[in-house]
Write a protein that binds this ligand. Structure first.
Ligand code: SAM
Length: 307
């Protein structure tokens, strides 16, 4: 068995035992906290941060499948790895000589953030905000077990945040209507009629918390620019950000058309900088097609050189 399978097996056995008294996902949390307190023995030698992250991720996924809740979604590794690659490309120079600050205002289990942090090997000062208590506790336990430092805030990210502007945002946006209409009034992207879209407000709040010139790597619904409120979003983006890239993801990664996502890369406007000459429009091929994938990476490289 590989190391991550051995770790998963320990977590899975404990969480299954606990299932008599609590849902499996809560059992996973109790097990992770038990490992940290020394109450659950985890005798897997020399496991890497990635082994630990992967094992926890599989256990969480199992828990989410057993007991489906609408906000319990985790960003899969394929997307996390793509986002990591893009962050590395956009911050190549900065990362060569130092660290960058990254925030995720919809942290969830932290899988997206920890995938990026593991890929960037200790070069990230991380902040995560999440409203769901169980998910943020899972993220906190994962951070401790993978020895990743992250500042965590459990709150509604659309309410005022005590987070200093960061170099970069990564975020798999929550999609749907935002229920707190009073808070929505604080946003330019508040709907003129009816309820506001949480994903629009999250884009605005993420830009609010990004430094001028900083990049945002957002997993957005593929139909983001097709809704009846898209005109307002376009107008807002024109005034505050430059669209760097829209990357379509393979349909095969999603269960249905309605769930399809794309990656939107924005740059917060700055007086000292200019908009890119050309927006990178690309489609990620099927991940099993190595040749096509290599061509995609080449396209990103070429765009970067001419930007
Ligand atoms: N990247 C995450 C991961 O890897 O686990 C998954 C993010 S999931 C698509 C969106 C997350 O946004 C959910 O965890 C949900 O609880 C959170 N969320 C939704 N509305 C929120 C709000 N107003 N403030 C903070 N978090 C919120």
């Amino acid at each position: 068995m590989e190391k991550f399978e051995q770790i998963f097996s320990v977590i899975n056995n404990e969480a299954t035992k606990l299932e008599e008294n609590m849902p499996y996902l809560e059992g996973v949390l109790e097990t992770l906290e038990g490992i940290l307190d020394g109450k659950v023995a985890l005798e897997v030698k020399d496991a890497s941060k990635e082994d630990m992250r992967k094992a926890i991720q599989i256990a969480i996924l199992k828990g989410m499948r057993k007991n489906t809740q609408p906000n319990h979604q985790m960003t899969p590794d394929t997307l996390g790895l793509l986002v990591s690659y893009l962050v590395e490309q956009f911050y190549e120079e900065k990362l060569a000589s130092g660290t960058i600050s990254i925030a995720d205002l919809a942290l969830g289990t932290g899988n997206l953030m920890f995938t990026v942090m593991n890929a960037l090997e200790g070069k990230v000062q991380a902040t995560g905000v999440e409203v769901d208590d169980l998910l943020i506790r899972l993220a906190a336990a994962t951070a401790d077990l993978t020895e990743q430092e992250i500042a965590l805030y459990r709150q509604d990210s659309l309410e005022p945040l005590l987070v200093d502007p960061v170099d970069a945002i990564v975020c798999d946006l929550p999609v749907g209507y935002y229920p707190n209409e009073e808070i929505a009034l604080d946003y330019e992207l508040c709907a003129k009629e009816g309820m506001s879209y949480a994903h629009h407000l999250f884009i605005e709040q993420s830009i609010n918390h990004t430094k001028e010139g900083g990049y945002l790597f957002l997993l957005i619904p593929a139909a983001l620019f097709e809704s009846e409120q898209a005109k307002d979003l376009h107008k807002f983006l024109k005034n505050h950000a430059w669209i760097q890239s829209v990357i379509q993801l393979p349909e095969s990664l999603f269960s249905s058309r309605a769930h399809e996502k794309s990656i939107l890369i924005l740059q917060k406007q700055s007086k000292e900088l200019k908009a890119p000459r050309e927006v990178l429009l690309a489609k990620v091929p099927n991940m099993s097609n190595k040749q096509a994938l290599a061509m995609f990476f080449e396209k990103v490289q070429m765009w970067k050189q001419n930007k």
